[in-house]
Design a protein around this ligand. Structure first.
Ligand SMILES: Nc1ncnc2c1ncn2[C@@H]1O[C@H](COP(=O)(O)OP(=O)(O)OP(=O)(O)O)[C@@H](O)[C@H]1O
Ligand SMILES: [Mg+2]
Length: 287
């Protein structure tokens, strides 16, 4: 998305104020949120997992969701994905949604491109699958069987399967948790470049505080069924693990009940490779 420059003012033409005013466009109203939940509650029997939760996600916004195990992150994500009924509740989501889970969930008896094309019709589905695979760097694995993919390749295939649906809302439930640290860094770069290109709203569930800060515009902490903390991340991308990063990390960890020594990370550590999104150490993970 590019912001349009306002039209340049010409020094040679001057108009009467009333004329000028009639030509000045009204400022555009802010776009409605992609996601809106108001007072959303989800319980299983007596167990109130989500408790009157309010949440909005703006178009193109990248939100990360942290929270202890069992705090309801997946429950919330499943609701937003339409996998769990929200009947009778004030929940607004777009029709075009896609989810990537921790495991790629590829059907082993279908070739990679058919996994991506699952549920799509039209003569050009193979070409669409190929284009999506190319975007995740796997254009050459179109006819591969899922069993022959590495863990990282399988997750990239899952991302391609999500992308091909052109989602307005991309839901990611710990999609990198099972990957090694370097593959995870590469996936961070990939997700950010896909997000820049396609601009969906994103909700990323993660246990990794650094991942959340490295990627998101806004980080939320879910606790006792409510948003217990919210941090806007004002750092420009690609993000360096600098003092500002550490300050945000300390605050979020505090909200998650983890105290770290105030001296930790005062000096940024050298990165694993020049293109890496963030420098080591990565992955302060809270379960
Ligand atoms: N279908 C279900 N029936 C009963 N209880 C459920 C169901 N799904 C989730 N729960 C309960 O809801 C709570 C939240 O689960 P959820 O999977 O949303 O947690 P989470 O934050 O994603 O945890 P984790 O970080 O371990 O993935 C848990 O106590 C879980 O046992
Ligand atoms: Mg979960």
């Amino acid at each position: 998305m590019s912001l349009q420059e306002p039209p340049a003012r010409s020094s040679r033409t001057s108009r009467a104020p009333s004329q000028t005013a009639s030509r000045v466009a009204e400022p555009a109203a802010p776009a409605p949120p992609t996601v809106r939940l108001k007072g959303f509650t989800r319980r299983f029997g007596d167990n109130v997992v989500i408790d009157s939760l309010d949440l909005t996600i703006a178009p193109g916004e990248f939100v990360a969701l942290l929270g202890a195990s069992g705090s309801g992150k997946t429950t919330l994500l499943r609701t937003l994905a339409g996998l769990d009924s929200a009947a009778g509740q004030d929940v607004t989501t777009p029709q075009a949604r896609a989810v990537v889970f921790q495991d790629a969930r590829l059907l082993p008896w279908k070739k990679v491109w058919r996994n991506i094309a699952l549920g799509l019709d039209g003569a050009e589905v193979r070409a669409r699958a190929q284009a999506a695979l190319k975007e995740v760097g796997l254009g050459h694995r179109l006819d591969a069987w899922p069993a022959t993919l590495s863990g990282g390749e399988a997750q990239r295939t899952a991302l391609a399967r999500a992308l091909v649906r052109e989602p307005a809302l991309l839901l990611l439930d710990e999609p990198f948790a099972a990957l090694d640290a370097l593959t995870r860094l590469k996936m961070h770069d990939l997700v950010l470049s896909l997000w820049r290109e396609h601009r969906p709203s994103v909700l990323l569930v993660t246990h990794d505080v650094d991942e959340a800060i490295a990627l998101a515009d806004r980080v939320l902490v879910l606790d006792k069924g409510k948003i217990a903390a919210e941090e806007r991340i004002p750092l420009s991308r690609p993000r360096q693990v600098d003092a500002a990063f550490h300050a945000i990390r300390r605050r979020l960890l505090g909200k998650l009940g983890v105290e770290i020594a105030s001296t930790q990370g005062a000096t940024p550590s050298p990165g694993p490779h020049p293109g890496a999104l963030i420098a080591f150490p990565i992955g302060v993970t809270v379960n």
